[in-house]
Design a protein around this ligand. Structure first.
Ligand code: ADP
Ligand code: MG
Length: 723
């Protein structure tokens, strides 16, 4: 056996005596590699162990607590020199339990006949009486009633490891918690406690918090310990973001792009409508941002249809009016084309030079465009993100606008800033992101929101369509087409999936065009098709040469065909609400009312991978399918994207809202963005204040904090590495 002196907190976990070589790999599966990781393997929850058991409730193997009086003591030595001390306990209410300790001769001195004990241990039935080996005991004063039960930690486990094994391992190294250095100076801990309205003057020290989270004497103690770690986790992240933000703002200046009254009114005249109040307000903010030499870093979020494009155009045109170039990036070639076409139409009678830069443009032509961008004769470049973030050299870039940003990590955004010039920067997204998530992902950005919708848009009527109603629904779709409209049918996957017994877009396309919709012009579109044929289909659809487009969720992003009025979403319950909402935004964009029919999945099997929160929600015994239908029913009633994404965040976790695994969202050990909204706000506020005072965290009292920020987030957030 390893003696405790040859290991410390940084020793590999197999050196922890109660773990050893054989079990080490199981702990590694839980992310526990070094001893210190055990200390930060926090309980999932606590069990408030029941009151004392009576003799009748005891049985072999039960972890039990009894109270009684010692009526007999014995001690023995075996031939091998092993000692044992026994104490026979007359349990209150009747019956006996024998406590026994091996190789702990001091027990003989600690206990005596007549003493009252509270004993806790695993019950063994030794034939005649119950026994507890090495119970935890508390000596009670005569007349003293037993203390209230302590909460027992319940740890996350992995197959092959028991609750006891994990508890033991943690218990055995808990004394080492005293060696851990405090990262949060006491003034920060007291401020946080105050803002978090805790029933304490300070957040506990790291040492106390570790002891309390693993072995709380009562639930309030566990809660205050958890509060400390939740705060710390969120605070360290917000510090990283605040430092990054500070560095971006102070590294290199951006060009000052003032928009005087004349330019302002000339730009506004280009819009075929009056701006909404929200649009006006955001434009005013951007005007101030761009006039400053501190680079603008702004996120504009607005539900589909709230008119973000006009705001983008304002930013582009104010740069051009000041003799700067502007870039507009879209996530797909399709959207880039759409933007370029619209801009060209709108600016047809001006001298503004607009170029489209996408992958499918022939090499020679691309080279020529790049040259003109480099010498500055192109004013506005519209392209895909992939292309524009590569090696485009601008003569004088003033602003970059990114439309429909779907990947939000700071990392992804950082790559765009490596250009030599520091332009102003506007990111737009239609994915409604709950506030806590936005603060986490965009803590380094300023956020503006368009809430109001331009006049004339009506809500899209949404229905859940049961199998028995399918024929009626398709008849309705056909009627819409007959009045001159067009329609989408969205299928979450391209191909059939045997496991979930669901059909893909390919199969639905066949079924529909040979079945219910055979009189109509139906075409198929999905992400695996050649870029050229995709374009052809989309052009035909936009020109009204196709009635019905059967597509995967590729159409989710920004497609704008105002003549479409109906969308059918197959297996709709497989998608998150935010994504459904995004899709819904594709219809009813013109002057026609929009309709969406949601077809719930018909197969019995529900893909468990689609339920990322399954380990935190308790298994419910209600029918998962009817739960899914309820979710769709509530979606049909709610038309506010933010409300929907809030529900998504609670029910399905952040991955669903952001649509991908590469969300750029850090992993949290203990914080929960849906639950800890208040703490996120507090952490952000305190981080901003601290960075204002010590921008690089170089003051000695922040050294440990800086180390944590760098260790946790240094890779994804280039702290101190900007410009
Ligand atoms: P999104 O925010 O989804 O990008 P768009 O910018 O595409 O929204 O705008 C949606 C529709 O609303 C477009 O047809 C656009 O021309 C129109 N629109 C935008 N702003 C206004 C406004 N202030 N008044 C009337 N129509 C507007
Ligand atoms: Mg848009």
């Amino acid at each position: 056996m390893t003696s405790p002196s040859n290991f410390d907190l940084h020793s590999p976990v197999h050196l922890v005596p109660s773990i050893g070589m054989q079990r080490a790999h199981l702990f590694e599966r839980l992310g526990i590699r070094r001893a210190i990781d055990l200390l930060f393997h926090f309980p999932r929850t606590y069990q408030e162990s029941s009151e004392c058991q009576s003799i009748l409730e005891l049985k072999e193997g039960l972890l039990a607590t009894v109270v009684g009086t010692i009526v007999d003591m014995d001690s023995r030595f075996s031939l091998e020199g092993r000692s044992s001390v026994g104490a026979l306990l007359a349990v209150d209410g009747g019956g006996y339990v024998r406590c026994v300790w091996y190789n702990q001769p001091f027990r003989r001195e600690n206990h005596s006949i007549g003493q009252r004990l509270l004993a806790r241990g695993v019950i063994r039935s030794s034939g005649v009486a119950y026994q507890m080996r090495h119970p935890e005991v508390t000596v009670l004063e005569p007349g003293e009633s037993p203390p209230p039960p302590r909460p027992r930690p319940v740890y996350p486990l992995t197959e092959g490891l028991s609750q006891r094994q994990v508890s033991w391992a943690i218990e055995s190294i808990l004394p080492l918690a005293l060696d851990i250095e405090e990262a949060l100076p006491s003034d920060l801990r007291s401020k946080a406690a105050l803002l978090m309205k805790l029933d304490a003057d300070l957040l506990p020290t790291i040492q106390d918090a570790l002891l309390w989270i693993h072995q709380p004497k009562d639930m309030p103690e566990a809660q205050v310990a958890r509060a400390r770690f939740i705060f710390q986790e969120l605070f360290v992240l917000q510090l990283a973001l605040a430092m990054y933000r500070y560095a971006c703002r102070h590294a290199a200046p951006a060009p000052s792009i003032p928009t005087n009254a004349l330019i302002h009114s000339r730009i506004l005249k280009r819009f075929p409508f009056d701006l909404t109040d929200d649009q006006k307000q955001v434009i005013e903010t951007i005007r101030l941002d761009m006039a400053s030499t501190i680079p603008m870093n702004r996120l504009l979020q607005g539900d589909v249809g709230t008119g973000k494009t006009a705001v983008a155009q304002y930013a582009l045109l104010s740069a051009v009016a000041n003799q700067y170039q502007a870039a507009l990036m879209a996530p797909t070639e399709l959207l880039a084309r759409q933007h370029a076409t619209k801009l060209k139409q709108q600016l047809a009678d001006s001298r503004v030079m607009i170029e489209l830069l996408v992958g499918s443009i022939p090499q020679a032509q691309k080279r020529e465009i790049l040259q003109r961008i480099a010498i500055g004769t192109v004013d506005i470049v519209v392209g895909t993100q992939a292309l524009l973030s590569e090696h485009v050299e601008f003569a004088k870039l003033g602003v970059i606008v990114i439309d429909e940003q779907h990947r939000f990590g700071v990392e992804q955004r950082a790559t765009l800033r490596t250009a030599r010039t520091v332009p102003h920067y506007l990111v737009m997204t239609a994915t409604p992101i709950p506030r806590t998530l936005a603060l986490t992902l965009f803590g380094d950005l300023d956020v503006s929101t368009l809430k109001q919708r331009p006049p004339g848009q009506s809500v899209v009527k949404t229905y859940v369509v049961q199998p028995s109603q399918h024929q009626r629904w398709w008849n309705f779709v056909i009627k819409q087409i007959q009045t001159g409209r067009q329609a989408y049918v969205v299928v979450p996957r391209v191909d059939a999936n045997d496991e979930t017994e669901t059909q893909g877009a390919v199969q639905w396309f066949e079924t529909l065009r040979t079945g219910p919709l055979k009189e109509l012009r139906v075409e198929l579109l999905h992400g695996k098709m050649e870029s050229e044929s995709k374009q052809t289909i989309l052009d035909q659809f936009a020109n009204g040469e196709i009635d019905i487009l059967v597509a995967t969720t590729v159409i989710e992003v920004g497609i704008d065909v105002p003549n479409t009025s109906v969308m059918t979403i197959i297996d709709a319950d497989r998608l998150g609400l935010a994504q459904l909402h995004q899709l819904r935004g594709r219809v009813g964009r013109g002057s026609y009312p929009g309709f969406v029919g949601l077809f719930p999945t018909q197969s019995k099997t529900i893909d468990p991978a689609n339920k990322p929160n399954s380990n935190t929600t308790t298994a419910s015994d209600s029918d998962p399918q009817s739960e899914e239908i309820q979710r769709l029913e509530s979606f049909a009633k709610i038309h506010d994207g933010f409300e929907l994404s809030q529900i998504d965040l609670r029910k399905r976790g952040p991955g669903d809202i952001l649509g991908t695994k590469q969300t750029g969202l850090p992993e949290f050990i203990i914080a929960d963005l849906a639950r800890d909204e208040d703490v996120v706000m507090i952490a952000k506020e305190m981080a901003a204040e601290l960075v204002e005072y010590d921008p690089t965290l170089t003051r000695p009292e922040h050294a440990k904090l800086l180390r944590q920020v760098v260790a946790k987030h240094g890779k994804s957030i280039a702290i101190g590495d900007v410009g």
